[in-house]
Structures are given as structure tokens and as C-alpha cells.
Design a protein around this ligand. Structure first.
Ligand SMILES: O=C(O)CCC(=O)C(=O)O
Ligand SMILES: [Fe+2]
Length: 215
């Protein structure tokens, strides 16, 4: 896969902070690219968010930390999740040093599209993201909220219908949902595509589990 050719090395220096409770070394964020490889020294302070908890990434001599970024989350169609992380302010009397290498695609032309890789969209799997160019991606990078995906709005909600629920024998759940009345002065517009079986004859029983579901 050609999406790691561009590499950016960033060295961080976190000086001793006398009041570490009042600030952070690096605020909560998700790396935008494909992968980040981080080498940290023995001081510590890197944390990843796991559920609602911040978990320390303890320094292990010789070990590297590999972060999944937004692009890999989108290319993997959510098989891998971009990890929210931060660095605490350094309360120790020695500086903390870390080195991050950010891996990104180098193809940045108007015809170079990124998105869920087609190989992952077999067996009826639906793309959670639409394709986008790197120009579009970079354009939104600095306007996103920290700790959120670069393309939150590109994420397409996929509703699982009752028929699909029965065909999957409850592997997938039909999702109850609603739309609030819009409080903003501008109208809200959304477009929904409903996918359904075409065969509707009295003898068409191609849907495994459907008959069971109706009994
Ligand atoms: O200093 C670290 O351990 C992590 C730095 C980081 O998260 C980043 O550069 O994106
Ligand atoms: Fe980071």
C-alpha cells in the first residue's frame, strides 16, 4: 500500500514544569496521519484514552510506541481506531525528550483519492467514509476540534435495518434513531439511501433467518 512514503520527524523537549497540575505538555489530540512511531525517554508522561480513562504509556527501554492516526482509521473503515492521547506536564527535574515520526501518503494530486480500501468493503460491508483528496484533508486539519477525527462529518451514519438484523441472526443490531428539530436558523438537509432486496415474489426466500425472525 502506498500511503507511508511521506515521513516527518518531530523532536519534543518538555522542560521541567514546577506547576504540572495547571497545564499539559501536549493537550489531548489524535494524530491525523496514517501511523506515528514515537520513541520516548524514561521520564514518562504520555497517556492514551481508553474509554473514559487516561492510561499511562509507561516507558520501556528500547520500545517504540505506534499510534494509529485518523487516516488509517478511515482507510481501514474503522477496523483500527485513531487513538486520543496527550502528554502530562513534566514534574521531574530533568527534561523529557521524545521523537515522533509521522507517516503519511505522498500522493497529493487532485485525482489521488483516499478512503476505505476496497478490499475491506467485500461481503456487503458499507463504507463509513467517502473518498477524499489530501488537499481536502489538509484543508480541514487545522479547523477540526482537538480530540476528534479530521473528517467527523465525512463519517456516514449507517443504519442497520430490521431485515439485515434478522439476516445476520443478530450479529448486527438494528439501530433506533431520531432527528432533533433544528434550533438553528438554517435548514438541515440530509440524504438517505435505503438499501433493500429487489426480489419480492411470494416464493422468494433468499433471506436467511428472515422466516425464523417472523415466527
Ligand atoms: O511526546 C510524546 O510522547 C507524544 C508526542 C505526540 O503525541 C505528537 O507529537 O503527536
Ligand atoms: Fe500525537
Amino acid at each position: 500500500m502506498t500511503c507511508l512514503e511521506s515521513r516527518l520527524l518531530v523532536a519534543h523537549y518538555y522542560p521541567y514544569c514546577p506547576q504540572p497540575d495547571l497545564t499539559l505538555g501536549i493537550g489531548s489530540h489524535m494524530d491525523p496521519g496514517v501511523l506515528t512511531v514515537v520513541l520516548q525517554d524514561q521520564v514518562g508522561g504520555l497517556q492514551v484514552k481508553h474509554g473514559e480513562e487516561w492510561v499511562e504509556v509507561k516507558p520501556i527501554h528500547g520500545a517504540i510506541v505506534v499510534n494509529i492516526g485518523d487516516l488509517l482509521q478511515m482507510m481501514s473503515n474503522d477496523e483500527y481506531k485513531s487513538v486520543e492521547h496527550r502528554v502530562l506536564a513534566n514534574p521531574f527535574r530533568e527534561p523529557r525528550i521524545s521523537i515522533g515520526v509521522f507517516f503519511n501518503p505522498s500522493k497529493r494530486g487532485d485525482a489521488d483519492y483516499f478512503g476505505p480500501v476496497p478490499e475491506l468493503l467485500t461481503n456487503g460491508k458499507v463504507a463509513h467514509y467517502r473518498d477524499f483528496t489530501m488537499a481536502e484533508f489538509m484543508g480541514r486539519l487545522f479547523t477540526r476540534e482537538l480530540g476528534s477525527l479530521v473528517f467527523p462529518e465525512i463519517q456516514m451514519p449507517v443504519g442497520i435495518s430490521v431485515i439485515f438484523l434478522m439476516m445476520s441472526n443478530d450479529e448486527y443490531k438494528s439501530v433506533e434513531h431520531r432527528v432533533l428539530a433544528t434550533p438553528s436558523p438554517e435548514p438541515r438537509i440530509s440524504i438517505t439511501v435505503f438499501f433493500n432486496p429487489r426480489k419480492r415474489g411470494g416464493t422468494d426466500y433468499p433471506f436467511q433467518g428472515v422466516s425464523e425472525g417472523f415466527t
